[in-house]
Ligand binder design. Sequence first.
Ligand code: NAD
Length: 371
Amino acid sequence: MKIGILKETQKGEKRVAISPNIAKMLIEKGFEVFVEEDAGSSCSFKNSDYSKVGAPIRSKSDIFKNCDVLIKINPFDNDEIEQLKKGQIIMAQLFHKSHPNDMKLIAARGATAFSMDAMPRISRAQDMDVLSSQSNLAGYKAVILGAYEMTKIFPLMMTAAGTITPSRVLVYGVGVAGLQAIATAKRLGAVVEATDIRPETKEQTESLGAKFISVDNTGEEKAEGGYAKAASEDYIRRQKEAVNKSLFQADLVITTAMVPGRKSPILITEDQIKQMKNGAVIIDLAAAQGGNVEISKLNKTVIKHGVKIIGTTISPESVSTNASDLYGKNMFNFIKHLTKDNEFKWELDEEITDETLIVYNGKIRKNGKTE
Ligand code: NAD
C-alpha cells in the first residue's frame, strides 16, 4: 500500500503529519511511503532525512496520482479535494462538524475520509488521540511562555546575596494540557496549585506533587466520556471562594478549562484581577473558545491592573518537531489499528473506526457514524 505525506498548506502551520522516524516505522511494517517535497522543512526534517529512511520525495501531483492513502494534519483544502481520486483514502483532522460542505466535496470525489479529531475518548484509543498528544505540548509551552513573561524565576534559590522564594503557579482545569502545565511548573521548582470541576483530578494533581483546591460540586451535572459539563453559576461562585486566596498570591496563572461544544466558562473576572499581585501573568489557553478570563483577547497581550493577560491557543506549531513526531505516532497506531498484513481490514461496527470514518466510498456517514 502506498502512503503519501502531504505538505501542510494552512498559513502558519509548521508541522508535518509523519516525521522521518515514523516514516521508517511504516516502511519497516511493509508500507511504501512517499513524501511531498519540503513537507518537513518548517520543522527540523530535511528532504534527505526522509529519503535516507527509504521514503522518496515526490511532487504533490505525483502523490495525488499514485498513492492509496493521503495523510495530513489540517483539513484538505479545495484544491486538494479536487485532486482526489475515487477509492482514495484520506486521513487528517477534518473537523467535519464545522466543515460539512468539505465533506460533501470529498464524497463527490468518491473518496473515503477518516477524521483524527473524531477519535473516541476510550482507553484503547489513547495512543491514537491527536488532540491529547498536541494539547499535552501546549500545557508544557504555556509554562515556558509564562516563565519568559514573568519578572521572577520559578525555584527557591539560596545565594550569598539572599534567598529567592519560589514562584506560585495556579492552574485552572486539570485535563491533558493542565496536567502537563502542573508537571512542567513543578519540574522548574514552583509551588503549584490546581483546581478542576471533576473531582477525580485531585488524585492526578497530587500525584504530581501539586496541591489540589477542591470545590464543592454537589448538584453539578456529571461529566461524560472524560469531559466536563458546563458549571452552574453557583459552582463558579463557590470556586471563587475556594480559589481566590491562591489566585491573589499567584505569580503565574494558567487557565485551560474547557467544555466541549460550548463557550469556555469565565473563571477570572476583572474584579478578581484587580486583587492580584502586580506583575502577575495569566496565560489563557481557552482564549480561542471565548476564554476563561473576562478580559483576555485571543492572540493578544492585555495589561490591566498590573497583570499581564495573554490569550493564546499555544499552537503545537511552536514545538513543531515534537508535535510532528507525536502526531505521526498517533497516525502510525491508527493505521496499524485499521490494517492487517498491510491491507485495510476495518469493521464498521468497531467503535474507533465507526466514530472516525466520516466519508465511506463517496457516501457521508450520519454524524460520522453507522446509520
Ligand atoms: P478539556 O480540554 O475539554 O478541558 C480541560 C479541563 O477543564 C478538564 O479537565 C475539565 O474538567 C476542566 N473544566 C471544565 N470546566 C471547568 C470549570 N468550570 N472549572 C474548572 N475546571 C473546568 O479536556 P481534556 O484536557 O481534553 O481532557 C479531559 C479528560 O479526558 C482528561 O481526564 C483526559 O485524561 C481524558 N482523556 C481521555 C482520553 C482517552 O481515554 N482516550 C483521551 C483524551 C482525554
